[in-house]
Design a protein around this ligand. Structure first.
Ligand SMILES: Nc1nc2c(ncn2[C@@H]2O[C@H](COP(=O)(O)OP(=O)(O)O)[C@@H](O)[C@H]2O)c(=O)[nH]1
Ligand SMILES: [Mg+2]
Length: 341
């Protein structure tokens, strides 16, 4: 019976009004969406349950967006690109959410979308929602927060989600793992455009955008585009049945943007009709669950008092060559199992 609920439950429920948040978010209220994301990003233990309740309620309304990952080194023009493309899409009647993953922000406290100045026009538009990278926590934590924020954005009716990241560490693979379409912004001009472009990264992408194809740089950009296309020819495409290509674009004057966007639309049409988009998303969600589980298991194991006490001895033996790694692992797991009894 409702009347008999303990008072602390009532208090908690009134502190965070999930009904109001849910209604606000699904009603397209940007302030409520921002509040919902703040709740999800919170590391406070008492925010976990309400955040998960909100997500659970939003889940049936999620998934209906084009999830597009955008990566590239600092200075490649990601913010300028998103400003141009996002504005064009909003003007076509789309609703565009921009999220970011910045692994450096947890170290510096800064954020790649801190430079909202580059997105001044976009952030002023009714149809746009821009959220900087969560600046606290491990990359794994940032990963979860961005994925969950995406669910809220979709429930809020954003039909295009752009996820920006700098090409640092694992961030590209993480964003690939939550995008339907993943593109890489490449720079030209130095004459060594292909240097530092890791082959592994090229194999994650569905498009390479050679940005800054304007002014004096047009020739360079065209040459680089041709060179990328030549190399891509020999690489495994990131998406089966899709030919990853390079496109020369300008985020300043819009050159090549229409062609690029047409390719993106073709990708989604194809992926929807042959079922590969749905398949990829299911696999991505499963992979996310496995990673989260692995993370929790890892923490559980290493924070176990018995392991804390006994593991150093085993590690020492292994380091000194007195025991094989395999038997030490076996022994460690047996100790862990017995500690749980
Ligand atoms: N000429 C030209 N400059 C650009 C273009 N896109 C970005 N820039 C410039 O490149 C610099 C870095 O851009 P920014 O969007 O901040 O890069 P980000 O670090 O990848 O987000 C800025 O000075 C932009 O004005 C472009 O298409 N053409
Ligand atoms: Mg930027």
């Amino acid at each position: 019976m409702k009347e008999n609920r303990p008072t602390y439950v009532k208090k908690q429920a009134s502190a965070i009004d999930i009904d109001a948040l849910f209604a606000g978010i699904t009603g397209g209220n940007r302030t409520m969406l921002a509040k919902g994301i703040t709740l999800i990003e919170s590391n406070a233990a008492h925010h976990f349950a309400p955040a998960q309740e909100l997500l659970q309620r939003c889940l049936p309304n999620s998934g209906r967006s084009m999830r597009i990952g955008i990566s590239g080194v600092p200075g490649a023009g990601k913010s300028t690109f998103i400003e141009y493309l996002g504005t064009a899409l909003c003007n076509q009647g789309h609703r565009v959410a921009v999220l970011a993953i910045d692994p450096s922000s947890s170290l510096t406290g800064g954020s790649i979308l801190g430079d909202k100045t580059r997105m001044e026009k976009l952030s002023g538009l009714e149809g746009a929602f821009i959220r900087p990278s969560p600046s606290e926590g491990t990359l794994g934590g940032v990963h979860r927060k961005t994925r969950e924020s995406m669910i809220l954005c979709e429930a809020a009716g954003y039909d295009i989600v752009l996820i920006e990241t700098v090409g640092v560490g694992q961030s590209e693979a993480i964003v690939r793992g939550m995008s339907d379409f993943f593109m890489l912004l490449a720079i030209t001009g130095a004459g060594d455009e292909l240097q530092g472009m890791k082959k592994g990264i090229m194999e994650l992408t569905d498009a390479i955008v050679v940005n800054k194809a304007d002014g004096d740089n047009i020739r360079n950009a065209k040459a680089a585009t041709a060179e990328y296309n030549r190399i891509l020819h020999f690489l495994q495409p990131a998406t089966e049945g899709w030919k990853t290509k390079a496109y020369a674009c300008s985020s300043l004057d819009g050159t090549g943007m229409e062609e690029l966007w047409k390719a993106v639309l073709r990708f989604f049409e194809k992926g929807s009709s042959n079922g590969s988009l749905d398949h990829r998303r299911k696999q991505q969600t499963k992979e996310w669950m496995r990673q989260s589980l692995a993370h929790r298991l890892n923490n559980w194991f290493y924070s176990n008092p018995t392991m804390k006490e006994l593991l150093p001895t085993l590690e020492q033996k292994v380091m000194e060559g007195g025991q094989t790694v395999s038997t030490a692992v076996e022994e460690a797991l047996n100790l862990f199992k017995s500690s749980l009894k």
